[in-house]
Write a protein that binds this ligand. Structure first.
Ligand code: ZN
Length: 385
């Protein structure tokens, strides 16, 4: 499972020019489709090629890197069926590394001086590992799911009523039996909640999904300790006796997706409710200007899209026109994606990145302090050009 530490390690790599290939490729689910994978990788390589002003020579995927990528895919794609894989290759740095991702992402190929990590950040944030508790009145199964990996723990069955206890009971006695059954179920829910709580304390908070019968879910949910309740992402209704781990992952995965979309929506709404005190900006030019002043505390970026632009070799200023700083176009270097550049810059400043499907204004930022009016005006003037 990809982690922030791995992203940070990748970000330390830097080639002398735009020769480092970052490829995000979808491996077919059907093994028969693997035959077409090398040709498909070739099509993606073509997308990474660039010829434009500010690029000293035509940028192409090098032959050695193309071989390295095809070699990695040929030897390991069988282990990655149905998954998106990130491949980083740069012969100059001796780099050839593949990372299978926990969810499917848009394919892309980028040649730059360092690894293109936006999709990795999106995968970490949008496809987190999560826990699932499937529960009925007597049994509980706990699942830890990370991408395609599932580990299962079956809890010992709860104490039950002895079956002969039911025979011939009626009226008040039947009522007492019923009370006892409810009480036993309650103990069982409490024991399961305690185990879940212990797991969350031991290995950290993760979104929690609950599966089971319609009436069981609220009863169990009501007994979760407050810390664990905060991690509750949603539930699915199913008969636990009919579930397999794969089915659990399928049902819970949809709950996690909905939960993630809701988080997106909340974050965007919260952002739009911010007072107009100059501490929020929307649009690429305003975000670039704010990043140049190291002012961004939180950056909301879109999951897809590449926006080519320029970075100043001397001061690092980012712009879509190459004249965003006093050093002028002569010092400008073409970069394949300004959103990636601003993302890495904000990470370097200790800021936070959130990937949203549709952030306000296409890209938006909350600032540490209000920018002087001049800087904002310049940024907006830049936006108009
Ligand atoms: Zn400059």
């Amino acid at each position: 499972m990809i982690s922030r530490a791995e992203v940070d390690k990748l970000l330390e790599m830097r080639a002398a020019g735009p020769t480092l290939l970052s490829l995000y490729v979808q491996v077919p689910l059907d093994p028969a489709g693997l035959r077409g994978l090398p040709a498909h990788a070739g099509e993606l390589f073509a997308l990474a090629a660039r010829d434009s002003p500010g690029i000293p020579a035509a940028v192409r995927v090098g032959a050695a890197d193309a071989r390295a990528v095809r070699g990695l895919l040929a030897s390991r794609a069988r282990d990655w069926l149905g998954r998106t894989v990130a491949v980083f290759a740069c012969a100059e740095l001796g780099l050839a590394e593949a990372i299978p991702l926990p969810c499917q992402l848009q394919e892309r190929a980028v040649l730059a001086a360092r690894p293109h990590v936006r999709p990795l950040l999106a995968a970490i944030q949008r496809c987190p590992p999560y826990r699932v508790a499937v529960i009925n009145r007597r049994h509980a199964w706990l699942f830890s799911i990370a991408g395609t990996e599932i580990s299962t723990a079956v809890l010992p069955p709860a104490e039950g009523m002895r079956s002969h206890g039911f025979s011939g009971w009626y009226g008040l006695q039947a009522h007492r039996v019923n009370e006892r059954v409810i009480q036993l179920a309650r103990h069982h829910y409490q024991d399961t909640a305690t185990l879940l709580d212990r797991a969350a304390r031991a290995s950290g908070a993760e979104p929690l999904v609950i599966g089971g019968h319609q009436d069981t879910i609220p009863q169990f949910l009501a007994l979760l300790p407050p810390g664990l309740r905060d991690q509750f992402a949603g539930s699915f209704v199913a008969d636990p006796d009919t579930l397999t781990p794969a089915k659990v992952r399928d049902l819970a995965g949809r709950v996690i997706q909905d939960w993630q979309n809701l988080q997106d929506q909340r974050m965007a709404e919260e952002f739009l409710r911010e007072p107009p005190d100059g501490r929020t900006v929307t649009g690429l030019s305003a975000c670039l200007a704010a990043a140049g002043k190291h002012a961004i505390h939180l950056l909301l970026v879109p999951a897809g899209g590449l926006v080519p632009g320029y970075a100043c070799r001397r001061c690092g200023a980012l712009s879509s026109t190459g004249d965003g700083c006093p050093h002028g176009a002569a010092e400008s270097l073409a970069v394949p994606d300004l959103i990636e550049e601003v993302t890495v810059s904000v990470l370097g400043d200790g800021g936070q990145i959130e990937t949203l499907l549709d952030p306000p204004g296409g890209i938006a930022a909350r600032l540490r302090y209000a920018l002087p009016l001049r800087a904002t005006r310049l940024a907006w003037a830049g936006r108009a050009t």
